[in-house]
Design a protein around this ligand. Sequence first.
Ligand SMILES: NC(=O)c1ccc[n+]([C@@H]2O[C@H](COP(=O)([O-])OP(=O)(O)OC[C@H]3O[C@@H](n4cnc5c(N)ncnc54)[C@H](OP(=O)(O)O)[C@@H]3O)[C@@H](O)[C@H]2O)c1
Length: 398
Amino acid sequence: MIARRVSVLGSTGSVGSSTLDLMEQAQAAGSAAFEVEALTGGANIARLAEQARRWRPRIAVTADPARLNELRDALAGTGVEAAAGPDAIVEAAVRPADWIMASIVGAAGLRSAWAAAGTGATLALANKESLVCCGPALIERVKRSGGRLIPVDSEHSAIFQVFPAGAPERVSKLVLTASGGPFRTLPRAAMTRITPEQAVAHPNWSMGAKISVDSATMANKGLELIEAAYLFDMPGERVDVVVHPESIIHSLVEYVDGSTLAQMGAPDMRTPIACALSWPDRLAWPAPKLDLAALGRLTFEAPDEDRFPALRLAREALAAGGIAPIVFNAANEVAALAFLDRRLGFLNIAAVVADTLEKATGAGASCGSDDACEAALAVDAQARRIAGDVIASLNIAA
Ligand SMILES: NC(=O)c1ccc[n+]([C@@H]2O[C@H](COP(=O)([O-])OP(=O)(O)OC[C@H]3O[C@@H](n4cnc5c(N)ncnc54)[C@H](OP(=O)(O)O)[C@@H]3O)[C@@H](O)[C@H]2O)c1
């Protein structure tokens, strides 16, 4: 039986809700017992309160200080403490827990992931943006605290499961799979007309709006490429991307002897979350299973970096090092949100990232340093201002 005291940062989102659903199902199956220390959300007070009523954490926190009374009212009579604001989320992240899910979306998740990384708990990291921005410093912080970092992204979970721990010299290459998103076969000329509704309708995965747009532009695969390079200490040239529209093989590790190991599973985030929740054990729950005969065949193709330039930009940002990955992440986040707000065309998302990367200047966050998170956030703020100016200039020109 797996027993854990857990905190879920970003519990109201897609990954956060999947985490609680998985916990519910594993408990019902009798394979696990969970206590919840903290749950945090953003604007969705109703869902946060519903989750808190079910799990009775010690504390429930909303990011929005203006919604504290609403949360308090919704939790009346439960004994669950209510709190609000970004600092309260960081405080929730360092409360005593042995497993912490970091699933806040975007750079807003940096400070709490960084705080959780220093607690000595197992850090289940869905917030890839914090790894892209703090990189090796975040990994080092987890190590120094005596904790463990387990990736939640399905691709990195796959690699984590088939990577030879402690023997990286046996590996020649990592191969990340990509679904190709909803516009995999759409001609470039038609991409100018893509709407936010079309972009968030992912063919295989049910995810939050921002990562769905990232998936459609392939900026998500770019962020994952940087994430993989940091997590597995692999130069960018040895991280390949292959498009695999069925999303059944979640990624692969090629060994020096020519053997390639892959991890497979149904495209359901609860499976990589289960892996992170129980590693090195395995959590029994009513998981969706693969029926290979019914699937019939799996297909693969090379990514098209002309139609999806964000992937190339991420590779270049990783190679450039310093502040470039942080700038890539910030500009992409600003541009993806502007697209969702209908202030920017789909094809301009990558154009904004490219322009911001050219204009941003400064020194990178020093790896391993205690202030890497704050240094990354300063770069992030500067890059956001530049990306905002680039978008404004595009809109004036339009
Ligand atoms: N979804 C997936 O399948 C998937 C797979 C792999 C990795 N990831 C990564 O996991 C992370 C979460 O993705 P998601 O799809 O679960 O996103 P999501 O559905 O948009 O959920 C984001 C969570 O963050 C909270 N949040 C938003 N803004 C916040 C802020 N300023 N401060 C504090 N909390 C805030 C949201 O609260 P409210 O909803 O209450 O506003 C929600 O709980 C991302 O980094 C993503 O790249 C996701």
